[in-house]
Write a protein that binds this ligand. Structure first.
Ligand code: UGA
Length: 434
């Protein structure tokens, strides 16, 4: 099939690349000329495991191309994906200006039937708004489909190639048929393509992310309680996760959810409910609890150092909001750095992929270490903010040589409690005994 993907951000690029992998001809459009030039020259603009192989293979086969020319891309495409940003507006509601703007531009270019697919995370009713934009500008028949993405950063290629489910929101049989054909190769194991109306599909995306954010937040609160009542959250997690109705996944407590999706989507769903005069109380609590959880490590430090962090120097392992990504959006590390600096402490950080992004944001307010061990030199304590695999089994003897004190505050529960006792560390993690 001939596909156009508008927007080569994270979602657009993964979508375009993975769609070309099953033999479709995909043309990706972006207004950023410099970025398009780089991609044409074979440069992958984001770090995402496995993407580069597919990217280069499909470019080499001529199935994946890049352009700034929207008209050229729209001309032959049977299906046009819109993968554009929906940032939170001033009031927390998703800003639809990119989507509606692109819809307007496309509507002036179409000359035959097309399926317009919305991949971005959008409030209920957006498909209707996009349809209205087309109706205003053209008589050509089009169908607007809602097709939310459920990709996780770091495993996005795998998630796209083997999705748990594909959600397609459209009542048009013609569009359903095309989308079924397009996604068939991705659900060969029998995972479902779920057809539903546009509004249900739009809400599915927000409900999924908000449910997961709620699940994590619930566990964060259980962990906080564990610390007070002297219980072990690992045991509780396993105890409840073995119940198939609860499930083992997404029960790991930590220092709050971050990233470009959960914070934005929880806020947008609460706002959207608000606009329909429905008070989505649980989401308000989720947001409040998560705000507090992001500075949990600093609260613990303040307690440990009796309220005085002035002149203290901390090593920080992990900057990205989660492992296997360089994405630092809404990363707990940024909140930790901010608080530590406010309290007059200094920070030396290490992250396998996220350092350049933090440098661009925070500059030389903190130090950036060459290796995870260099970050420890002269540090009063080590703080762990991201569960990168390289932090899971470090050389503790080497750490002892450089750390000023054997003190670790771990926001991701990486180490075995007994092991840390045996090694003689003061080890403070989340929801586990000291
Ligand atoms: C999330 C969803 O998992 C995807 O399905 C969705 O497509 C995506 O948002 C999106 O809307 O684009 P992502 O933000 O990449 O994906 O990251 P997750 O792996 O879901 O992690 C989100 C946050 O939850 C991270 O800060 C992570 O540290 C935290 N988390 C996750 C926990 O604190 N505990 C857990 O058990 C799991």
């Amino acid at each position: 099939m001939k596909i156009a993907v508008i927007g080569t951000g994270y979602v657009g690029l993964v979508t375009g690349t993975c769609l070309s992998e099953t033999g479709n001809n995909v043309i990706c459009v972006d207004i950023n000329e410099a970025k398009v030039k780089k991609m044409q020259a074979g440069e992958v603009p984001i770090y995402e495991p496995g993407l580069d192989v597919l990217f280069h293979r499909n470019i080499a086969q001529g199935r994946l191309t890049f352009t700034t020319d929207l008209a050229h891309a729209v001309k032959d495409a049977q299906i046009i994906f819109m993968a554009l940003p929906t940032p939170p507006g001033g009031d927390g509601a998703a800003d639809l200006s990119y989507i509606l703007g692109a819809a307007k531009d496309i509507s002036k270019l179409v000359t035959n039937y097309k399926v317009i697919v919305n991949k971005s995370t959008v409030p209920v009713g957006t498909a209707d708004k996009v349809q209205a934009v087309f109706a205003e500008n053209t008589d050509v028949e089009i169908d607007v489909v809602s097709n939310p993405e459920f990709l996780r950063e770091g495993v996005a290629v795998e998630d796209f190639m083997k999705p748990d489910r594909v959600v397609i929101g459209t009542r048009s049989e013609k569009a359903q048929k095309l989308m079924n054909e397009l996604y068939g190769p991705y659900v060969r194991q029998g995972n479902p393509i779920l057809f539903m109306d546009e509004r249900s599909s739009e809400l599915t995306k927000y409900a999924a992310n908000s449910f997961l954010a709620t699940k994590i937040t619930f566990m964060n609160e259980v962990a906080n309680l564990c610390e007070i009542v002297n219980a072990d959250v690992d045991a509780v997690r396993k105890g409840i996760g073995s119940d198939a109705r609860i499930g083992k996944r997404f029960l790991f407590p930590g220092i709050g959810y971050g990233g470009s999706c959960f914070p934005k989507d929880v806020q947008a769903l609460a706002k959207s409910a608000d606009e329909h005069n429905y008070d989505f109380q649980i989401l308000r609590s989720v947001m409040q609890v998560n705000e507090k959880q992001k500075t949990l490590l600093v609260d613990k430090l303040l307690k440990y150092y009796k309220g005085d962090l002035k002149g203290k120097h901390f090593a920080l392992w992990g900057l990205a909001f989660k492992p296997e990504t360089d994405d630092i959006r809404e990363a707990p590390s940024l909140y930790i750095i901010d608080e530590l600096l406010k309290h007059g402490a200094t920070v030396a950080a290490f992250d396998p992929e996220g350092m350049n992004n933090v440098k661009a944001l925070v500059g030389d307010k903190i130090k950036y270490a060459e290796t995870q061990y260099d970050a420890l030199i002269g540090a009063d304590a080590l703080l762990i903010a991201t569960e990168w695999s390289v932090f899971r089994n470090p050389d503790f003897e080497r750490m002892e040589e450089t750390l000023s004190n054997k003190v670790i505050f771990d926001g991701r529960n990486l180490y075995d409690l007994q092991k840390m006792i045996d090694l003689g560390y003061y080890y403070n993690s989340v929801g586990r005994k000291l």
